[in-house]
Design a protein around this ligand. Sequence first.
Ligand SMILES: NC(=O)c1ccc[n+]([C@@H]2O[C@H](COP(=O)([O-])OP(=O)(O)OC[C@H]3O[C@@H](n4cnc5c(N)ncnc54)[C@H](O)[C@@H]3O)[C@@H](O)[C@H]2O)c1
Length: 383
Amino acid sequence: MSRRVVNIGIVGAGLMGREVAGAIQRWPMLVDHPVDARVTAVADIQPRALEWFDAIGTVRSRYTDHRALLADPEIDAVYIAVRHDLHERLYTDAIRSGKALLAEKPFGIDLAAASRIVDAIESTPGAFVRCSSELPFYPGAQWVLSAIASGALGRIFSVRAAMLHASDLDPAKPITWKRQARFNGVSGVLNDLGMHALHIPLRRGWEPASVYALLQDIVAERPGPDGMVPADTFENAELLTRVRTADEDFSLRIETKRISLGDKNTWSLEVQGLDGGVRFSTKNPKSVEFFTRADLPGVGLEQVWQQADSGSVSVWPTVTGPNFEFGFADSILQMWASFLAEYAGALGERFGCATPQEALAAHRVIDAALTSHAEGRAVAPPR
Ligand SMILES: NC(=O)c1ccc[n+]([C@@H]2O[C@H](COP(=O)([O-])OP(=O)(O)OC[C@H]3O[C@@H](n4cnc5c(N)ncnc54)[C@H](O)[C@@H]3O)[C@@H](O)[C@H]2O)c1
């Protein structure tokens, strides 16, 4: 079967640009996917950052200006992974170029920027844009979604979603753009990690009605090239929110931290209902726990969190054996499989990437969190 070839251009040859280029190299792992994807171009303002892409044999073009990549007629889809203050300009350029766009979170440095990006999408006929958020593609996260959708959890009363890092624990770690408000955004860790924690809740329609937030700027300055400089973003954020829909009313706790002891990209989601519960964390990436009541030998009826291994099967089938383990690079490949399947009109009922509207909703929660923290009260996200 000859499949449509999709040529991908990557803008931003840093941490995530390389991660995505590496994951796409494993495209042949996908079974019966409607497109054949390859990375053919890369753009970065630093010529030295482009050199790494010499190892990706399909890359034919290297640019130091993203506009040159966007003008390349060979490229069908673009992935952009740059600093948050650059999102609005580069994303709107990409949207107006007519190419499909998978763009990194948080989708603009703040709510106003995110709104303008969404306006650009809505005013560009045929635009196809999604927001990068790969961790819900872990098989365990998909099991959590299936458990929720089954209705078997009964009336939900508590949801906890977290995304935790220990990456800024060391106060001697040199400053990066991620710890500077003018590049990352004043919400700091919420811009970094908020979309990760919010993707599945928002997909379920659980946009909080009110937000109470505690934000912490724990390390106030860090070494720069010429001495200490302000590290003026929040590293940690804890949000207690209330979700109220037509038939649901429960607490949704969102935790995003850059300083969480021992955590190296720990994404977790736990849902508790009156009839059952389910929880998954990437800390134990193939283990999913389900709550039940079980007749324990010699004990009798008890409350039990039981464990099952989720294996390797995510949203799109692969040649990987179902009993193998799944990892970060697999989640990136699965996200791209969904993105390009949807682009080709062949996603069907499968789980799709975060939408621009979901990215905008995440920004509304972040905006409410900033107001809540500043004013010490619960705040309704702006509509
Ligand atoms: N999905 C995830 O798991 C995940 C993880 C980390 C970061 N991110 C997101 O990815 C984005 C980038 O983060 P990163 O960690 O890869 O950053 P990074 O600093 O490692 O890389 C950014 C790259 O962009 C380049 N750049 C700067 N200006 C540019 C321009 N005008 N045109 C082209 N390239 C330009 C820089 O030279 C650098 O190489 C951010 O939005 C971040 O929030 C997502």
